[in-house]
Design a protein around this ligand. Sequence first.
Ligand code: PMP
Length: 334
Amino acid sequence: MQFHDSMISLVGNTPLVKLRSVTSGIQATVLAKVEYFNPGGSVKDRIALRMIEAAERSGELRPGGTIVEPTSGNTGVGLAIVAQQKGYKCVFVCPDKVSTDKINVLRAYGAEVVVCPTAVDPDHPDSYYNVSDRLVREIPDAWKPDQYSNPNNPLSHYETTGPELWEQTDGRITHFVAGIGTGGTVSGTGRYLKEVSADRASGPVRIVGADPEGSVYSGGSGRPYLVEGVGEDFWPTAYDRTVTDEIVAVSDKDSFQMTRRLAKEEGLLVGGSCGMAVAAALKVAQGLGPDDVVVVLLPDSGRGYLSKIFNDEWMNDYGFLEHTGGAATVGDVL
Ligand code: PMP
């Protein structure tokens, strides 16, 4: 019989798929690491598993304990799946601007979701930050993973994503491109790839971070942007800035237009941070030759964004459907 013991053993080992259409005119091979094949539908399953197992080993998470994390998205789903399979409870804290669909997904997996007002100061007792800290103090056997500072976030990528890419490309990967949110993906995967390729005749793998225009990683102040899951207004410790060789800033418009092209032309219904990362990867690939192998990581599926990126009305309200004159990497989506 062939079966998996639980959904947990399906985390990681995601496929690499060649981008064939959005790459027209580019000589390098551009491969996408499609993370929606993880059981929770995103790259965050990797960090959820590693953070929970490390906390079990250290004793921070005791049998029957409760995981408390301020998250509304992919990290919550990953934690909820691993937690239910291992017998832990989950309480997620999220701001009231989060869509009910996202909250319902977390509840469907058995998590409790506490919704906090967005329109209060971070110091207010009802703020999203303060409520999660209070819950950690009040709930017996509570543990907060804190993906922004937890070293097991980048370590999960150092131990899984990096080795997978080295093996899948037979050591031929020349560039790795990933969006930066907590920074865990780019730091952990990048560190592994640089170490393993350090003595290669063609030189080490070049690590490129993709960032929404306005975020701190590309020199901004954290100005609002609409791409979800990436960019920050502070520097998390999960991000090791010595690993990235280059940061490419991408506008919301270019990110979302590329996201739509990936669905329409490559059969990849993926999220907005994926379009952002691919736009950055194509910018990098444009100057490269036929021996170069660029890998771009696509964090999640497009299902969570149907009413935004894949909705013409929403896109039009922001002017994102207007033709982008002259941008060679972003084509006509109208
Ligand atoms: N895209 C999406 C949709 C995400 O949820 C995240 C995680 N915040 C990222 C990209 C960035 O990954 P990381 O936190 O590892 O930098």
